[in-house]
Design a protein around this ligand. Sequence first.
Ligand SMILES: O=P(O)(O)OC[C@H]1O[C@H](OP(=O)(O)OP(=O)(O)O)[C@H](O)[C@@H]1O
Ligand SMILES: O=c1cc[nH]c(=O)[nH]1
Ligand SMILES: [Mg+2]
Length: 209
Amino acid sequence: MENVFVMDHPLIQHKISMLRDCRTGTNEFRKLVEEIAVLMGYEAFRDLPLMEVEVRTPIESCRTPMISGKKLAVVPILRAGLGMVSGILTLVPSAKVGHIGLYRDPVTHEPKEYYCKLPESIEQRVVTVVDPMLATGGSAEAAVNFIKEKGGKQIKFLCIIAAPEGLERLHRSHPDIQIYCGHLDRGLDENAYICPGLGDAGDRIFGTK
Ligand SMILES: O=P(O)(O)OC[C@H]1O[C@H](OP(=O)(O)OP(=O)(O)O)[C@H](O)[C@@H]1O
Ligand SMILES: O=c1cc[nH]c(=O)[nH]1
Ligand SMILES: [Mg+2]
């Protein structure tokens, strides 16, 4: 699928396996989510535009590439997406941070909005939406809808684990955005949880249940 990238890096796969393990506690889980976000961000930012700048080394002056003045924003889907923000900011520390609050209705599994605050001039930014889990795709689809309604144009979506159902829904609704998945799992169960998945990402990051 065009614009869909499933990661195959061994470090990402290894860390995802550790996340899945039900014996992995909150502290370690949170660290792993952050580390995976760094590794996924490294791949996802491959296409950031560069420009040549003049730099004087101790030897001589040269023209050398730096990230062009493109503005960046990272937008976690609350709560679980918060766990990936620090990893992305490690790579792009000057990015602005927006927040979109959504939770899944326990019966319909459709997303309910409770918060949305995005950085200014969103239309000029590369917007990286982060959420560890892409299950039915309802939350990601709604988040991208909000960002587009506010003018966002260049959007990337990063998830650690995707179900085929959610990936297809998000790609069908928003074929223009780039979707990066750490791993594509088998599918959803009757409660719309990803199988084998890792359980409830928000609860495991924040130690709630
Ligand atoms: O693709 P979907 O079917 O929409 O499911 C994925 C969403 O479910 C989880 O959030 P949850 O509703 O558990 O909220 P939380 O992060 O506050 O725990 C997850 O972090 C995604 O946002
Ligand atoms: O498996 C799932 C599905 C939705 N949200 C999660 O946190 N986990
Ligand atoms: Mg949750």
